[in-house]
Design a protein around this ligand. Structure first.
Ligand SMILES: Cc1ncc(COP(=O)(O)O)c(C=O)c1O
Length: 405
């Protein structure tokens, strides 16, 4: 997945152009910047590459989610339906705007189960936020039709799925708004950064102002800008945007390598008896950052993990079920609504109620799931070797389980 694996002269050249002017801020300083506007250029490249009408760069994927929620008018008292399997940033953003994350079950797509979403809708629901985890997508047709039926916004957290598509459209450009993260381990990296994409002018205007203290960005004199609403500072710097410009030019190369390596690994693992793979609503659109696979039981999956560990080949394999950051089971801070300054009692009670629910359907999926990170740097031979070593470890675990049964 990570674009940093193929970092090179292109990134250095872009950054040096910014250093050459000394103007590291994306706004203002029109004279001394000598025509160099890296953030503006990257926003243009994003709209051209991914096909959204508007793109607003910000300082992180978390900031992008927060900005998008504000842009969509989601705030105090509102509920946002989101999956129990995601990175903590998704609920952090929801809580930061005063809304309640309503966690619901995922299915074998590793993303929102549309039936669970429908069952969670209340009069307070304002937004559905699918998270396209590990490179692949949610069932967007089903979620869109729920949004239409109930008059809700669709915000795609596509932070982990840059370059993935659904029925020919890029993930992150299908809902009312969508976000990417450009942090250091994402498919495209700026070191830190993120973007809000939308076709809605109102959402864009809000995102543009909100991420820069409410500036309306209408005049040439920043000091004379008006502030139609209270904003924040989620600006990206010119240095970060410069790195992103070099990276976005390599997107097709990254995706091509990911897809090639993913296919070889999948083919190698396919011959393991009982193995199955994540369901992909549109298989052609998988960005292939990870290969996610299932064994028939949690016990067997744990045994396979232990075997891979003792064989020294566990690196790059993620057992999210036990992970502190990506699955509800270990989000104790959320379950206790532990924030530094406290939440309004009603908000706190709503957060705790949602986070302490049981998620048996998600547990049944996540307990059996391993995601293998697909590297850009592997040679074909190395992918095959990796696949064969993983297969041998899984078969050994199966054999041991059979003996002890
Ligand atoms: C699904 C998801 N959403 C949001 C984020 C937040 O992105 P950032 O690290 O740029 O704040 C991440 C980062 O890992 C993520 O995986």
């Amino acid at each position: 997945m990570p674009g940093f694996e193929l970092f090179g002269d292109e990134e250095r050249k872009q950054v040096n152009e910014v250093l050459g002017t000394g103007i590291l801020m994306r706004y203002g300083f029109d004279g001394p910047r000598k025509g160099i506007w890296k953030a503006v250029e990257l926003e243009k490249a994003i709209t051209q590459t991914f096909g959204s009408k508007y793109a607003q760069l910000v300082s992180s994927g978390t900031a992008a989610l927060t900005t998008a929620l504000q842009g969509l008018g989601v705030g105090y008292g509102d509920e946002v339906i989101m999956p129990a399997f995601t990175f903590v940033a998704s609920f952090e953003a929801v809580i930061s705007v005063g809304a309640t994350p309503v966690l619901v079950d995922i299915d074998d797509t590793l993303t929102l189960d549309p039936a669970a979403v429908k069952a969670a809708i209340t009069p307070k629901t304002k937004c559905i936020m699918p998270v396209h985890m590990c490179g692949s997508m949610a069932d967007l047709d089903a979620l869109k039709s729920i949004c239409q039926e109930y008059g809700l916004s669709l915000l795609e957290d596509a932070c982990q799925s840059i370059g993935g598509t659904y029925k020919g459209k890029y993930l992150g450009t299908i809902g009312d708004a969508g976000t990417f993260s450009f942090d250091f381990v994402k498919t495209l990296t700026c070191a830190e950064g993120g973007v809000v994409m939308t076709d809605r002018e109102d959402v864009f205007v809000h995102a543009d102002g909100y991420s820069d203290h409410g500036h309306d960005h209408k005049g040439a004199d920043r000091g004379a800008d008006l502030h139609p609403f209270v904003g924040y500072n989620f600006r990206i710097s010119e240095l970060h945007a410069a790195v992103g410009l070099a990276q976005i030019a390599k997107l097709e190369t990254f995706l091509g390598l990911q897809r090639k390596h993913h296919a070889i690994l999948k083919e190698t693992l396919s011959s393991i008896p009982g193995i199955s793979f994540r369901r992909i609503p549109d298989p052609a659109g998988d960005s292939c950052t990870f290969l996610s696979w299932f064994l028939p039981t949690e016990e067997l999956t744990r045994a396979a993990i232990a075997e891979m560990k003792s064989a020294g080949i566990l690196g790059g394999n993620f057992y999210w079920f036990d992970n502190n950051w990506h699955y509800i089971r270990k989000w104790d801070h959320l379950k206790e609504a532990k924030t530094l300054s406290g939440l309004h009692p009603e908000h706190r009670a709503a957060v705790i109620k949602s986070a302490t629910a049981d998620f048996p359907a998600s547990d049944a999926v996540m307990g059996r799931c391993v995601s293998t990170l697909v590297s850009l740097l592997w040679t074909e031979e190395q992918v095959r070797e990796k696949g064969h070593a993983m297969k041998a470890a899984v078969l050994k675990a199966m054999e041991k389980e059979k003996v002890s049964a």
